[in-house]
Write a protein of this length. Structure first.
Length: 134
């Protein structure tokens, strides 16, 4: 269970200065350090500190700001890749298609579209009936 006296804060201004520092036994690890790195464009990570009198003073002076507790960033979903069939048959000549058909032991007659259809059909037929059983 979270300690209700602990709050999450960030520097109110990102100017590379220490916004707040205090040693106090109520702070996690006995001290609180709230600052940012002016050399970085990254947002400042929230710091968990105790709500002490010094913290209240820094809040009132506008040196630090209370923020919601940080949550782990949600992982970006992996893009779904759709299967893409690379089909170079359309780029081949009718003579080249006939050579491939002959090598596959398929009929070599017909129009180019018939030859391509025959090759595509052969591409999707399992060679070994045991493959379907897996």
């Amino acid at each position: 269970m979270a300690d209700k006296r602990l709050i999450w804060v960030v520097p109110a201004r990102q100017d590379g200065r220490v916004a707040f520092y205090e040693e106090h036994p109520d702070h996690p690890e006995g001290k609180a350090w709230v600052a940012d790195d002016d050399a970085s464009d990254k947002p400042v990570a929230p710091v968990q500190i105790a709500r002490t009198a010094g913290v209240n003073r820094a809040l009132g002076e506008g040196r630090i700001t209370i923020v919601d507790s940080p949550s782990k960033p949600k992982p970006k979903p992996e893009p779904k890749l759709e299967p893409v069939l690379v089909d170079a048959y359309d780029t081949l000549t009718q003579a080249e298609l006939k050579v491939i058909l002959k090598e596959c032991g398929l009929p070599v007659y017909g129009a180019k579209s018939d030859l391509i259809a025959r090759l595509r059909e052969a591409d999707f037929k399992p060679e070994d009936p045991a493959v379907d059983a897996v």
